[in-house]
Design a protein. Structure first.
Lengths: 326, 256
């Protein structure tokens, strides 16, 4: 993490060049991958680095999406105002949820965040006056950028890609700062961290607020891409999906979050022709990754290298012992 | 009493029906090494845990340099000037040795999230790293800076706990059995480190089972048994104290 290896550079170049040649459908997948990568990074900040489990990120995603969409459709706000408002509102909801909820951790926090996600979705269904209920909100305009037509999906892809790059930069700065270090210390040993003078509550709540804000931003990017919102897109399923992206990519890894989003979003699409066997195969893949790569797919390289080194060591020892025999 | 750095009085902690601390008092003078001894289960670790806010007391007052910290959260107690180590080693095991010490410096970093995001925390981080390296070299661990803390040998983990606690710039350092599991050479090293720490103006509370070390380094000793103060005094006074001998060895069978 942090260092840019040749493989990382190749991925970045591929992410810039390949979409030019993609079909509309594949391009749609890529845009969704980038939006989900932002969501996964936001979850990774609190879960991967801070050890706080959230299964309610779809809730923040929803609040961000709806805020920006409603302001845009009914108040005529431009994206450049409605998106910051979405960020502000999700950050506030992160604060309101985080202050009471973060006395708990582990399973309790997971359940509380699930409840939060459900409440957010129920509100979007039943608060018809505000959200138009299950009929949804449309048409949400694409952001207006002078000189660049963001109604083109290729251009919008580059737009979200730049947003992702910016957020990756923020994450790298955060994780490498004293704040990130404190967060990791809290994950390791909360009591010891407190005894070293770290304000555990403030640090956790801050991380939660930042995480919520990022998810809200992803929501705004989503709303103005998909141009039609309805509550179906923000079920518990989405929260779990974000969680899986983080785990499968690599908990506590920035590159892992991006890889995980790609794999979890695209692989099911690739497997779709298998029809009935699709869920079976997908399930097996998830289990295998979890069993053999607890550090996620991003750790594949280092795990393989360690195995090879181990094997070589054993082979060397065998040679030494046979030499010592006579 | 006015010249004491830490003043504890009437400190009580019950676990269910058991009084782990029962009306404990203590007064530690600045610039000294104050020993806290007692048989197993006498409440020494509980005392440290309650004072540093890990466990909430049922009653009593704790004042450090005039600030009352009884029942406050651990980070507040630390900010008031008390740092500690843990008997059962609670390092940040997944982090490097250097990062462990940097966590100790956290409160003194002097920059916030904003400057971190704007890449303006470089100088502050560098300063913190220099100080951390200085502390590591004080305890003889500078060659381990980039090692993962959890993989250090036991004795070095104890030393790292001391460096990490010192990084918080405490007035009072509470050491919970810093010599446990060490060999005589390592013990000598820790003892000289303790003397060095005191010479720099940090007061020490030393909880330790190695009685010989306690007797030789401490200026003053408090003895606990069953959560109560049973004796108080200089090492010489403690050595001759009948109650202490009874607490450790039991009463002589045919004593009058």
């Amino acid at each position: 993490m942090g260092r840019l290896n040749p493989l990382g550079l190749a991925v970045i170049i591929a992410a810039i060049v390949i979409p030019i040649f993609l079909s509309e459908y594949a391009l749609h997948l890529m845009i969704m991958v980038v939006i989900f990568a932002i969501l996964t990074l936001s979850l990774n900040l609190i879960s991967g680095y801070g050890g706080l489990i959230s299964l309610g990120h779809a809730g923040f995603f929803l609040i961000g999406s709806y805020t920006s969409a409603l302001l845009s459709v009914y108040q005529g706000w431009p994206f450049w105002l409605s998106a910051p408002m979405a960020i502000l509102l999700t950050a506030t909801s992160g604060l309101l949820l985080g202050f009471p909820a973060l006395r708990w951790s582990g399973h309790f926090l997971a359940v509380i965040t699930i409840a939060f996600g459900s409440i957010a979705q129920l509100l979007s269904i039943n608060w018809v006056f505000l959200t138009n209920g299950i009929d949804g909100v449309a048409p949400i305009l694409r952001p207006y950028l002078p000189g660049i037509d963001l109604t083109s999906n290729l251009n919008y892809y580059y737009f979200v890609l730049i947003c992702l790059a910016f957020i990756v930069y923020l994450m790298i700065r955060l994780v490498a700062s004293g704040f990130g270090r404190a967060l990791k210390a809290i994950k390791d040993d909360e009591t010891a961290a407190a005894c070293m003078g770290i304000d555990v509550r403030i640090t956790k709540v801050s991380a939660f607020v930042i995480s919520a804000a990022l998810a809200g931003f992803a929501g705004a990017l989503y709303a103005h891409y998909i141009r039609f919102l309805n509550p179906d897109s923000f079920s518990l399923d989405v929260s779990i999906r974000i969680f899986m992206m983080m785990i499968i990519g690599g908990t506590g890894s920035i590159a892992g979050s991006i890889l995980g989003s790609f794999v979890v979003y695209v692989l099911p699409e690739v497997l779709r022709p298998l029809q009935d066997y699709y869920y079976l195969i997908w399930g097996v893949i998830v289990i295998v990754v979890m069993l053999f790569l607890p550090g996620g797919l991003i750790s594949l390289g280092s795990v393989v290298r360690a195995r090879l080194a181990e094997r070589k060591d054993r082979a060397d020892q065998k040679i030494v012992s046979t030499e010592a025999q006579p | 009493m006015t010249d004491s750095l830490l003043t504890v009085s009437g400190l009580c902690k019950n676990f269910g029906g058991l009084a782990a601390l029962d009306d404990v008092r203590m007064s530690i003078r600045p610039g000294t090494i104050h020993g806290l001894i007692g048989p197993n289960g006498s409440g020494k670790s509980t005392f440290i845990n309650v004072v540093t806010g890990v466990i909430q007391p049922n009653a009593g007052s704790v004042s450090i340099g005039g600030t009352d910290v009884a029942g406050r959260r651990s980070n507040v107690v630390n900010a008031a000037g008390i740092a500690r180590t843990f008997q059962n080693l609670r390092l940040f095991r997944a982090m490097t040795v250097l990062d462990n010490v940097l966590i100790g410096e956290h409160r003194h970093l002097g920059y916030g999230l904003g400057s971190a995001l704007l890449m303006r925390n470089g100088p502050a981080e560098r300063r913190a790293k220099e100080q951390a390296m200085g502390l590591l070299s004080d305890v003889g661990l500078s060659h381990r800076a980039e090692t993962i803390a959890g993989s250090l040998p036991y004795g070095e983990q104890r030393l790292l706990e001391i460096a990490r606690a010192l990084a918080t710039k405490p007035k009072l350092l509470m050491l919970d059995e810093p010599l446990a599991g060490m060999n005589p050479t390592e013990m000598d090293r820790v003892v000289s480190i303790l003397r060095e720490i005191v010479s720099r103006g940090v007061t020490i509370l030393l909880v330790e089972h190695a009685v010989r070390v306690v007797m030789s380094v401490c200026d003053h000793i408090s003895v606990l048994n069953f959560g109560r103060n049973i004796a108080e005094g200089t090492p010489r006074e403690i050595q001759g104290n009948e109650d202490v001998i009874v607490a450790y060895l039991g009463r002589r069978r045919h004593a009058a």
